[in-house]
Design a protein around this ligand. Structure first.
Ligand code: HAM
Length: 447
């Protein structure tokens, strides 16, 4: 067999990238928590009908992009293409509508869409996202949009445009759709074939079309924001006002209908002006006041967003976490002290909570010392030396070369002192407080 590769449109995160990803998610998680959101985890696959109904039969996601399959029991299943319908499904299934409203949930999960891969677009991508269920108050829209803005701030992402639009509701949208349909029908000759179909199935989807001639036609089309009913108008105006009140600068974009059918009223996207390619939307979402009812729950308004980790990672200002080795590397000097080295490493990690490694491939003592240096360890703990007193281990500071013999029973105290000094002198990657360097060095140098 030729060497296996990851499937098209997927990627591996190697350790440095995985650690940076974890840092980004941890920052988002802290912000979610500070706004009172709690994490939810739902299955990687759901019944296909959930997405067909929730996301919408006429959307590209449902028509062309789902990874759907029958399982061995004949169930029709789909790998989750997006996070909102599953969260709403869980909300209904677990009776969360009985909880204090709004119910605030966040998630971090992979999404699967059979799209044409390109820069910033994958077949498996990860999103962090949030959903607030149970209130149609415009404060919810503003709070969630501002929360995502804060996450981006904390990730040091600059140069963003906040685009917003309103999709209206069941009162005003049907009449607008007829108006739009009439307009599109009159311009049918100028539209691409797909938009011809969309005119019939779901005219709003025409706004997603990237074909230049279609876009030209649409710049003349009637706009939903100009045809909102009074309650939708007031709702949207309040959202805009609240966003400005907290220092955001929403820009109206009449094309922002988003690729999912469940939206009502507010839609929004944060677009990065730093990404030099088409996929510049790093996060987006909106209000979906009909979705929970559509999938069988009680009427429940909702608002949320999803943000793509791959794109966020490209623009995040955070530095990559430094590669850190273990604090200690245990070196065995005699073939029959390998088990002692292993047991000592285990004692360090488990009982003393000191990051430690020992040789696992049968290196010579010299090669182990070399590996200790290469690993980034600050200390080597030497065992199996002829001149060592029984029950003692020799600790060598790998920077200064200073050595000291320490009784095994006192190793915990020794590390406490050393780590205390570490904090003052800046040995690097470990914590503690107090002073005194048991090796008598200069306090660890200049890291
Ligand atoms: P979405 O706009 O389809 O919305 O996806 C949200 C974000 O995920 C996008 O803004 C983008 O950053 C990222 N994304 C989407 N598709 C891909 C892809 N193929 N490759 C890489 N990144 C991608 C939703 O999924 C809604 N569930 C958001 C929402 C939550 N609305 C209300 N609540």
């Amino acid at each position: 067999m030729s060497a296996a590769k990851a499937p098209k449109g997927t990627y591996d995160l190697l350790p440095a990238a995985a650690e940076r990803r974890a840092d980004i998610v941890a920052i988002a998680a802290d912000v979610f928590t500070s706004y009172g959101f709690r994490q939810i985890v739902t299955p990687e696959f759901e019944e296909t009908a959930l997405f067909a109904r929730g996301v919408g039969d006429a959307t590209d996601i449902v028509r062309k992009e789902m990874y759907s399959f029958p399982d061995r029991g004949g169930r029709e299943l789909t790998l989750r293409p997006e996070g909102t319908a599953p969260v709403c499904r869980a909300y209904v299934e677990h009776g969360m509508f009985k909880l204090v409203k709004p119910v605030k949930l966040w998630y971090y999960a992979p999404m699967f869409r059979y799209e044409r891969p390109q820069a910033g677009r994958y077949r498996e991508h990860y999103q962090f996202g949030a959903e607030a269920l149970g209130s149609d108050d415009p404060l919810v829209d503003a709070e969630v949009i501002a929360m995502l803005g804060q996450i981006y701030d904390e990730l040091e992402i600059g140069d963003l445009t906040l685009a917003v639009n309103s999709m209206g509701d069941q009162q005003c949208r049907p009449a607008y759709m007829e108006l739009l349909r009439g307009f599109l029908t009159a311009h049918a000759a100028e539209l691409c074939g797909e938009c011809g179909e969309r005119t019939v199935t779901n005219p709003l989807r025409v706004f997603d079309c990237k074909v230049e001639s279609c876009r030209a036609v649409l710049s003349e089309a009637p706009r939903l924001v100009d045809h909102l009913c009074d309650p939708c108008r007031r709702h949207f105006d309040t959202v805009l006002e609240l966003l400005r009140r907290v220092g955001l600068d929403p820009v109206l974009d009449f094309r922002l209908v988003r690729g999912l059918d469940y939206y009502t009223r507010t839609t929004f996207e944060y677009q990065s002006n730093a990404l030099g390619f088409a996929q510049s939307t790093i996060g987006g979402g909106g209000r979906y006041d009909g979705l929970v009812e559509l999938i069988g729950g009680p009427p429940t308004p909702g608002f949320g967003f999803g943000s793509g980790l791959e794109r966020v990672t490209l623009v995040a200002g955070l530095d990559e976490a430094e590669d850190e080795g273990p604090l200690a590397y245990v070196v065995s000097f005699a073939p029959d002290s390998r088990a002692d080295a292993f047991a000592l490493a285990q004692h360090l990690r488990r009982d003393l909570l000191v990051d430690a490694e020992c040789d696992l491939v049968g290196r010579s003592a010299k090669a182990q010392l070399k590996q200790a240096g290469r690993s980034g360890a600050e200390l080597a703990l030497l065992v199996g030396l002829d001149d060592l007193v029984d029950g003692e281990v020799r600790v060598r500071d790998l920077d200064s070369g200073d050595e000291e013999d320490v009784a095994l029973a006192e190793l915990g105290d020794w590390f406490d002192d050393w780590l205390d000094d570490d904090e003052l002198g800046g040995h690097g990657h470990h914590h503690g407080n107090g002073n005194g360097n048991p090796l008598g060095g200069n306090g660890g140098g200049d890291r």
